[in-house]
Design a protein around this ligand. Structure first.
Ligand code: 2HA
Ligand code: ZN
Length: 269
């Protein structure tokens, strides 16, 4: 079967990276059934032939107008599709969409008419925000990490930057590789515009945000970096949890050690 990836090695590489990350999400137990979603802005790979490709779906409304997405192309995991299937057969479990000139609707152009993720409103709102800020970020990842979600069931951890400092203090890497910390978004209905709006508000300050009692969302230059930030935060959560299971509260690195790290790595916060 003909694929949009044929003779486009750079685009194929992007899709292979998504498939690799989708496999990790499943292996980590963060992607039950159809849990989680991935979108990548692939507009840079849209050559003339892609721009002229016929739609293979009708026109589908986004539900809002996102002016910075005019003429953009996204690779999107399909709604109701499983991460473990995306890992094995990415082009059957995802699709490429074109945002139309009205900036409030899209069509699917390849390879199959797979309707994009239920969290498309949040994902496209995030991409619109990132482009408006001149960001070079192209990837958005939402997943359900057990340890980090469990922490959001404790109201004490929902205070601004409480989890950020706790997780940073478990292992120096977390501060170095997730330097803006972890934003917290109060519970909102999955797939809602309320959740989308709260998410883009927090992106002003963070690259990774928790959706209370639901999951996590990260944006980055590429899907691998987005995954790595969540993986690093989850490692810290695991260290905290392991110490708690051993019967003690972990000491955490001291404020002086944190400050030293901030200076050495030239960190923003
Ligand atoms: O795609 O995770 O938040 C399934 C979800 C919705
Ligand atoms: Zn979810």
């Amino acid at each position: 079967m003909k694929s949009i990836l044929d003779n486009r090695p750079l685009l194929a590489e992007q899709v292979a990276d998504v498939a690799e990350v989708a496999g990790y999400l499943w292996q980590k137990g963060w992607a039950e059934r159809n849990g989680g979603n991935i979108t990548v802005n692939i507009t840079d790979f849209a050559d003339d032939e892609i721009r002229n490709m016929q739609a293979i779906s009708g026109i589908i409304p986004i539900g809002r107008t996102l002016p910075f997405l005019k003429g953009c192309y996204f690779f999107c995991k399909g709604t109701n599709k499983r991460m473990r299937d995306l890992a094995r057969r990415p082009m059957e479990n995802a699709s490429v969409i074109r945002i139309l000139d009205d900036c409030s609707s899209y069509v699917i152009i390849a390879d199959n008419p797979v309707k994009p993720t239920s969290e498309l409103a949040s994902h496209l709102s995030m991409h619109n925000y990132l482009i408006s800020k001149g960001s070079n970020y192209k990837a958005a990842l939402h997943t359900h990490p057990i340890d980090l979600i469990a922490m959001t069931h404790n109201p004490a951890f929902l205070e601004k930057d409480r989890l950020t400092y706790l997780l940073w203090s478990m292992i120096p890497e977390t501060r170095a590789f997730c330097p803006k910390g972890l934003g917290i978004i109060p519970y909102a209905m999955p797939s809602s515009f309320e959740l989308a709006d709260a998410t883009i508000k927090e992106l002003e300050e963070y690259d990774v945000v928790m959706w209370e009692k639901h999951g996590i969302c990260a944006v980055s230059e590429n899907i691998t970096e987005a995954f790595d930030m969540i993986d690093t935060l989850s490692k810290s959560a695991q260290i905290y949890l392991t110490a708690k299971q051993m019967g003690f509260t972990p000491e955490g690195t001291s404020p002086e050690q944190m400050e030293e790290l901030k200076t050495a790595f030239n960190l923003p916060k």
